[in-house]
Design a protein around this ligand. Structure first.
Ligand SMILES: Cc1cc2nc3c(=O)[nH]c(=O)nc-3n(C[C@H](O)[C@H](O)[C@H](O)COP(=O)(O)OP(=O)(O)OC[C@H]3O[C@@H](n4cnc5c(N)ncnc54)[C@H](O)[C@@H]3O)c2cc1C
Length: 399
């Protein structure tokens, strides 16, 4: 077993580290407070080639291996987990097409992301169907002309206000059907605005092929202010056969495949945040003096710093094991993806909370980054499957 990075992986890490140091960290607190969308940063990430990691080479994408993708997302998350959530969601939405689409579908639905800095949304969650996504009611129904019509409402959808394409999971025939399909709904392209502060209004998109998409007001979130989250409602959206991915009865399998790829990416978000929390806390406790010495020299404080470091290292190991398993398409990849997600979410929460504590009263002040990291950390334990759902997956495999 070799823990060293390949030359290519090392290059990715160096590139994203520089990007984070120059483009994200100097302005992250200011941008986070503004609640705008970081278009400039997203465009620069696209230019650098650190967006759209899963797009196959056959359509001129980067087709980055899973380990490199995890390293890129971890480094980006060290800068800001809202930005990395936005970036990662493009892959979450597009990996279904990369994994199960035909060559024509890859050309039609993935190539635009290679050509321009566009964003995509992955539409699974609904108001009444969160952890239990089998209870979703969004559905497609075949009309007399042989085409399908899509109706239903999705909630908490990342990138929704700026998405140029929606990957939508839906029932087939009626809302209570047992069959699930995945359909791709392209929308008019939304191109980056030249600023980091765009706040979108709710909007209504009339599709040339028929039907409407309604995008809700961006959610006012506790944390990850630099990712956009909104509801998406599909009203009589006409779906041609070419928009249905794979077999229209195998949607559940496609969800599992997408999440097996994406959960290590969420773990990478957790590891990146945990590392950042450790670093800002180390810096603070080396500066701050009480009882005549640096905080970091007080034995109890040092114990806490050690405990934080252990969480970072262990979550990084769990992440790398999951990335290797997913890369190799190992039969037990799911259990390791869930393990990595749980362990990294725990590390992020632990390091952010303990880090804030070691900042004392200053940690409670919004000008200290640690307070933002605490707000950002909570969602890592929730999106792409809450902790209990990961435990359910692990438990099912174990017994
Ligand atoms: C910022 C943000 C971005 C998101 N982005 C997307 C996106 O891009 N696309 C998308 O489709 N969704 C997205 N989501 C939705 C997210 O994946 C769901 O919120 C998540 O899966 C949990 O669903 P829920 O919120 O309905 O919680 P619920 O399912 O209602 O769960 C609430 C709580 O109940 C408990 N619970 C639930 N089920 C079980 C169980 N089986 N056993 C034990 N306890 C249980 C857990 O404690 C859980 O935290 C996003 C959410 C947020 C907040």
């Amino acid at each position: 077993m070799d823990f060293s990075l390949t030359e290519n992986q090392g290059m990715y890490v160096d590139t994203v580290r520089k990007f984070v140091k120059n483009e994200i960290l100097p302005q992250v607190l200011h941008l986070d407070k503004g609640h705008g969308f970081p278009w400039t940063i997203i465009s620069k990430a696209w230019e650098l080639g650190i967006l759209n990691l899963c797009i196959p080479e056959s359509v001129k994408g980067y087709e980055v291996d899973v380990i490199s993708a995890a390293l890129i997302i971890e480094e980006m998350s060290y800068g800001d987990t809202g930005i990395s959530t936005s970036a990662m969601c493009n892959d979450l939405a597009n990996t279904v097409i990369a994994q199960h689409g035909t060559d024509e579908q890859k050309e039609m639905f993935l190539k635009p992301f290679v050509d321009s800095p566009l964003l995509a949304s992955f539409c699974l969650t609904e108001p009444g169907a969160g952890s239990d996504n089998s209870s979703m009611t969004t559905f497609i129904q075949k009309g007399d002309d042989g085409r399908y019509v899509l109706n239903g409402a999705k909630s908490f959808i990342t990138n929704a206000s700026f998405a140029s394409q929606f990957t939508v999971f839906c029932k087939v025939g009626k809302p209570t059907s047992q069959l699930l399909a995945c359909v791709i709904v392209p929308a008019p392209p939304v191109l980056p605005e030249g600023s980091n502060s765009c706040v979108p209004p709710p909007k209504e998109i009339t599709l040339p092929g028929g039907g409407r998409i309604l995008i809700g007001k961006p959610e006012d979130k506790l944390g990850q202010h630099l990712s956009n989250t909104a509801s998406v409602t599909f009203e009589d959206v006409v779906i041609g056969g070419h928009q249905i991915i794979g077999d229209r009865r195998l949607g559940f399998r496609y969800i599992v495949d997408a999440l097996d790829f994406a959960r290590p990416m969420v773990a990478a978000i957790g590891v990146g945040l945990a590392r950042r929390a450790l670093d800002v806390t180390l810096a603070y406790t080396k500066e701050r003096k009480q009882f005549g010495q640096r905080l970091c020299d007080l034995p109890v404080v040092r114990d806490t710093l050690v405990a934080m470091w252990k969480k970072v290292e262990l979550s990084e190991m769990a992440l790398m094991k999951a990335a290797v398993k997913v890369q190799e398409k190992a039969p037990d990849q799911g259990i390791y993806a869930s393990l990595a997600k749980n362990v990294a979410a725990e590390a992020a929460l632990f390091c952010a909370n303990e880090g804030l504590h070691l900042h004392g009263g200053y940690g409670f002040m919004s000008e200290y980054e640690i307070s933002k990291l605490v707000r950002d950390a909570h969602i890592i334990d929730i999106y792409e499957g809450v902790r209990e759902v990961q435990n359910m997956i692990i438990g099912r495999e174990l017994v």
